[in-house]
Design a protein around this ligand. Sequence first.
Ligand code: C5P
Length: 223
Amino acid sequence: MKRLRVLVTAGPTREPIDPVRFITNHSTGSMGYAIARCAHRLGHQVTLISGPASLAEPAGVKTIRIETAQEMYAEVKKHFLAHDSLVMAAAVSDFRPRQYSAKKLKTNSRTAFIQLKKNPDILQWAGKQKTKKIIVGFCMETENMFARALEKMCLKQADIIIANKISKFAMPFGPGRTDILLIGPDSLVQQFRKISKDKVARILLDKIADLWYKKHSCRCKQR
Ligand code: C5P
């Protein structure tokens, strides 16, 4: 098997409001770290770009720590070219406060407004430059999961999308088992129920390797 160079992002990002407060989400990094560990075990060369997470750095994996979406974007841009695949398992904050306040915001008014600004879409940027690289995105939805996943796949030019549904019965955050839809090229869909994140990682990495071979066999044109 070819030793691929796999770039993985994991965890949440933190978007600072003032020196005390920030915007973030429930991501723990479990999925991205499982992918990084599994890729290393399979003999691939792995770089992990991680938002704040309290997980042990995977042995043998070059781990780069970041806080904000903009920092993650800068690191992905720096490392993208030197990798064969990008797996965007991070829950990147779509917005950040428009202005950072160097002083702690006062709490003496009854309401407060924080204006938000869109963060760069890292996956979409990568999709535009990918040539023969294999790009993987994740998607978490409360409704219309399949339609939204397909839409994202197309918009962001991802080769594979893993979709998780979130509801009061299904919480995909953390180390537990999860229900996923894996959508591959030609919208081929596989459904997995109550599957561990280690298994998702293995299935995904096998798909990435398959796809890499397909794209690099001499008769295969660039997508
Ligand atoms: O936020 P959204 O649901 O569109 O995210 C889907 C995918 O896009 C995920 O793989 C996520 O890591 C990636 N993403 C990104 N940059 C953003 C937002 C999301 O790369 N600003």
